[in-house]
Design a protein around this ligand. Structure first.
Ligand SMILES: [Zn+2]
Ligand SMILES: [Zn+2]
Length: 178
């Protein structure tokens, strides 16, 4: 696996957020067609996460950029599973793979440090102790973080938690980070 730095990531700023419920689960074309669109997107992006620069041939996701639900390559970008989990905190909190904390570190650095730590054999809780975390207004696993964003977003396609709120990985599959 070659490693790229984040300057390759085309200015995508990773923040924990939610998508407007009207845009959840956009309709997909038939499987064969969807698979070929996915392949076009992954190959265009060289199997590299457009947020953190992680490159892997397996387990990469595609994310709807404008969240219009349009399944065109222009509207889709390659995302690693970790960055994608940050972009959809409602679902990730429900699955209990992330928690929301306050950190002085940028979200992207939390993703990168988590991946590096896992590669070195550290556990997520060992890694998280190095992230200078402080408790936010709700308990770290609370769905209120997502629900409040959804209720306050109106017609917007996406809404994001303000800094210094960050998503931290607590029960993420190692293979999704490696
Ligand atoms: Zn990523
Ligand atoms: Zn997405």
């Amino acid at each position: 696996m070659s490693k790229r730095d984040s300057s390759d990531s085309k200015n995508f700023v990773l923040r924990p957020g939610v998508t407007n419920p009207t845009l959840w689960y956009p309709e997909r074309p038939p499987k064969a067609q969807w698979d070929s669109i996915r392949k076009v997107v992954l190959e265009r992006d060289e199997y590299t996460c457009r947020s953190c620069g992680h490159r892997a041939l397996k387990y990469m996701n595609v994310h709807h950029l404008e969240e219009s639900g349009e399944n065109t390559p222009e509207n889709l970008i390659t995302m690693c599973a970790a960055c994608h989990a940050v972009l959809h905190i409602g679902r990730s909190l429900e699955l209990k793979v992330i928690e929301i904390w306050m950190s002085e570190l940028p979200q992207i650095e939390i993703v990168q440090r988590s991946r590096e730590g896992v590669k070195k054999g550290l556990t997520l809780s060992q890694i998280n102790k190095t992230l200078k975390l402080k408790r936010g207004p709700h308990s770290p696993e609370s769905l209120l973080y997502a629900n409040e964003l959804v209720h306050g977003m109106g017609e917007a396609a996406r809404a994001y938690l303000p800094e210094p709120m960050c998503a931290v990985f607590v029960n993420f599959n190692r293979w999704q980070l490696e």
